[in-house]
Design a protein around this ligand. Structure first.
Ligand SMILES: Cc1cc2nc3c(=O)[nH]c(=O)nc-3n(C[C@H](O)[C@H](O)[C@H](O)COP(=O)(O)O)c2cc1C
Ligand SMILES: O=C(O)C(=O)c1ccccc1
Length: 387
């Protein structure tokens, strides 16, 4: 029930009255500036930065501001149910933790800390191929929580197959294949800092613990990390596939498959024709093509075109409960949230991630309630006006 999430509000007021205010802000739009105070400049810029001059990153936020919610009264929204069915699973709310690689750059607790926070709330964490801890270690931290796995698709099919077998064996159910980052975008803030996590040995735990990847090397990653890193980078970047490659995924994954990074309606139609189970409408948080359209801007067209054939998920710019409601009203079944929980991790490890997620869920629950909606699916086009 949604009220469970909304309870975080009274919990915070009560502990604030008792002399213990929250450890850091409840305003998720302000997290970035407070994270800047707790992080070194390399990692901070890596997380906060985008491609080019940041135009797409800004466009993502501005797109939300162009829609206004139109609250309703007297709808009997006392009791809410935020439960959402997506990709054959029932989630407690339409919120998923986006895949974010190399989380050790912001906090030593890294992916296992995020996994524990997500599992405690019953939300799926999408584990990145660029994780700083192994698939098996993060799976153990997830306990009974839902587990989705994100693939950066190695061009060595045996290495790819081995990673997918490990993910299945570790209990990951949904496969999210990221297709907008087959090459890293032009990112001046990281270039100026000479900062790439991989080259610092962060975010390579998945290949380094993989027996097939290791068999491809003359020296182990422990003996010669630099060569191993370069070998791995050459496997996951520089190869753009075409639609003929998609059946490979089906052959190697039993379970729902989601293509992440869809921005053009024609690609959404191709995805539906290819028989995948879902897509994530996303521009990778503005980190890939600077000048790309805001992800929210293309969501309605894509959802109308394919929403009846596959599950449409959304990310890029979600910061508040209202943002979630807007994305749902424009056709998303669920949203992924990226940077905010990473800033939570930076502030306070597992507790920090939990705080951020509880803030977002409470804000979502209260926004739905006060807009007159009793469920996440209630929010539709007539709940919005274009400013
Ligand atoms: C630091 C960082 C690392 C990321 N790493 C990955 C990754 O490993 N795989 C992936 O598919 N997306 C990755 N993403 C993109 C996110 O999954 C997501 O698309 C994006 O962050 C959503 O935008 P938001 O940060 O505005 O919520 C990363 C994003 C950030 C900020
Ligand atoms: O930075 C990113 O956006 C990303 O997707 C990534 C890629 C490799 C390692 C860590 C993150």
């Amino acid at each position: 029930m949604g009220e469970r999430f909304g309870n975080y509000q009274s919990e915070i007021y009560l502990s604030g009255y008792g002399g213990t205010p929250p450890a850091f802000t409840t305003d998720l739009t302000r997290l970035e500036s407070s994270a800047e105070r707790v992080l070194e400049s390399g990692p901070f810029s890596y997380v906060a930065g985008g491609a080019g001059a940041g135009a797409t990153m800004r466009a993502n936020r501005e797109a939300f501001e162009r829609w206004g919610l139109v609250p309703r009264i007297l709808t009997g929204a006392t009791e809410r149910d935020l439960t959402t069915s997506v990709l054959g699973e029932t989630l407690p709310a339409p919120v998923v933790l986006a895949p974010v690689g190399a989380q050790s750059i912001v906090h030593p607790g890294a992916e296992p800390a995020t996994a524990r926070a997500a599992a405690g709330l019953g939300l799926p964490m999408v584990l990145s191929t660029a994780s700083s801890t192994s698939i098996e270690e993060v799976a153990a931290a997830s306990g009974a929580g839902p587990r989705w796995f994100q693939l950066y698709w190695p061009n060595d099919p045996d290495v790819c197959g081995s990673i997918l077998v490990r993910a299945r064996a570790a209990g990951y159910t949904v496969l999210v294949v990221t297709l907008d980052t087959w090459s890293l975008g032009w990112r001046p803030c990281d270039l100026d800092n000479g900062y790439l996590p991989f080259l610092r040995g962060e975010g390579t735990a998945v290949p380094f613990t993989d027996p097939v990847f290791r068999s491809r090397l003359d020296a182990t990653p422990e003996e010669d990390p630099a060569t191993a890193v370069l070998r791995w980078i050459s496997m996951i970047t520089g190869t753009d596939r075409d639609w003929d490659a998609v059946p490979f995924l089906r052959e190697h994954w039993e379970g729902p498959i989601v293509l992440k990074g869809v921005q053009h309606v024609d690609d959404a139609l191709r995805a539906a024709d290819a028989g995948v189970d879902g897509i994530v409408v996303s521009n990778h948080g503005g980190r890939q093509v600077d000048g790309a359209v805001a992800a929210l801007e293309v969501l309605p067209t894509i959802a109308s075109a394919v929403g009846d054939r596959l599950d449409v998920l959304f990310d890029s710019g979600i910061r508040t409960g209202a943002d979630v409601v807007k994305a749902l009203a424009l056709g998303a079944k669920a949203v992924l949230v990226g940077r905010p929980y990473v800033y939570g991790l930076a502030h306070g490890g597992e507790d920090g991630v939990r705080h951020v997620l509880r803030c977002l869920l409470a804000d979502l629950d209260l926004t739905l309630a006060l807009c007159g909606h009793r469920s996440a699916a209630d929010a539709g086009r007539n709940s919005l006006v274009r400013r």
